[in-house]
Design a protein around this ligand. Structure first.
Ligand code: SAH
Length: 298
């Protein structure tokens, strides 16, 4: 889904990099020993005799196999033991960047992002970067997801009730944001139009699923009438306008947030729609760069 970088946004965030290719940066220096294993660290777990090569006297377990076994023990679950600490540092970076919504920060601290991406990318999971999830789609960078969810929390239902109520998510992708929403809402319906991603999300969420989550394979432009109305609607894909079904399915007191092509500025921006007793109000927020909202299923 990667597009060209866009001009700087007003967020105190690097929103123009929303969907830039993952940077090849090293993990930030940990303040506590992390279990992210380097090849050298993995080798350190190989018995000294094996490292010296004397273990080759035992032909059934040659040096390379022993090193492979040791590496396998640590990857990708090498993030596992200490992933809470790595996540806590990601949460502190989100807080430092201006995200102040405690429920959102707590959800980020609880959901293991590395388990939603390919194991080869797990080491990058807690960097503020988008990552490929297959079929030219990406998981959005954490700072963008955090800002969107924090904006959602400023809707009138969420401010009054302290949760996102019944949530409709368009664009399940790998299911990471679905897992966050499951902690923030009372029930979540998430729609994905690409069957392989719908299946991937189902597998990813099997271990993390909590609360009332329904994954739907279908065209999210139609929303999901059986569970409407929704107090929160959030889309991870953007088009020229908001599909009428989303607006129809938004509850009074509810808030919708979606990337949408800005009629005057050109390019995408976040559009927030609130439904009150008096009707609908729209407000435009920062420039973003999400994948296109497409019709039909594949
Ligand atoms: N929140 C996701 C991000 C996925 S990227 C995550 O955490 O991984 C956006 C997703 O929107 C893609 O998977 C894309 O296939 C999906 N999408 C685009 N148009 C759609 C539509 N009409 N209905 C449902 N999903 C759609």
């Amino acid at each position: 889904m990667t597009r060209q970088p866009r001009p700087p946004a007003r967020f105190p965030l690097d929103l123009d990099q929303v969907h830039a290719p993952p940077a090849k940066r090293a993990m930030p220096a940990p303040s506590a020993p992390a279990t992210v294993t380097t090849p050298a660290a993995r080798l350190a777990t190989v018995p000294a005799a094996v490292q010296r090569g004397t273990a080759l006297l035992r032909p059934q377990r040659p040096l390379q196999q022993a090193a492979r076994d040791a590496a396998a023990q640590h990857a990708p679950s090498g993030l596992g033991l200490d992933s809470a600490a790595v996540r806590a540092r990601m949460v502190e970076r989100l807080r430092a960047s201006g995200v102040r919504c405690e429920p959102v920060l707590q959800a980020f601290g609880a959901v293991p992002r590395h388990q939603f991406v390919d194991s080869a990318l797990a080491i990058q999971a807690y960097e503020d970067t988008s990552l490929p999830i297959g079929l030219q789609q990406t998981i959005s960078k954490p700072s963008v997801v955090a800002w969107m969810l924090a904006l959602l929390f400023e809707g009138s239902h969420a401010r009054a009730q302290g949760d996102l109520g019944r949530v409709l998510e368009i664009g399940t992708g790998c299911g990471y944001q679905t897992a966050l929403l499951a902690r923030l809402g009372r029930a979540v319906v998430s729609i994905e139009r690409l069957k392989p991603l719908h299946d991937k999300a189902r597998a990813n969420l099997a271990a993390h699923r909590q609360g009332d989550v329904r994954l739907v394979f279908g065209d999210g432009r139609l929303g999901h009438p059986p569970r409407a109305p929704y107090q929160s609607i959030v889309s991870a894909a953007g088009g020229d306008d908001l599909p009428a079904a989303w607006v129809d399915q938004l509850a009074v007191g509810g808030r919708l947030i979606a990337p949408c092509n800005h009629p005057e500025r050109g390019g995408q921006a976040l559009l927030v729609l609130d439904r009150t007793d008096q009707g609908l109000t729209r407000s435009w927020h920062d420039a973003v760069n999400f994948v296109p909202l497409k019709s039909g299923v594949q």
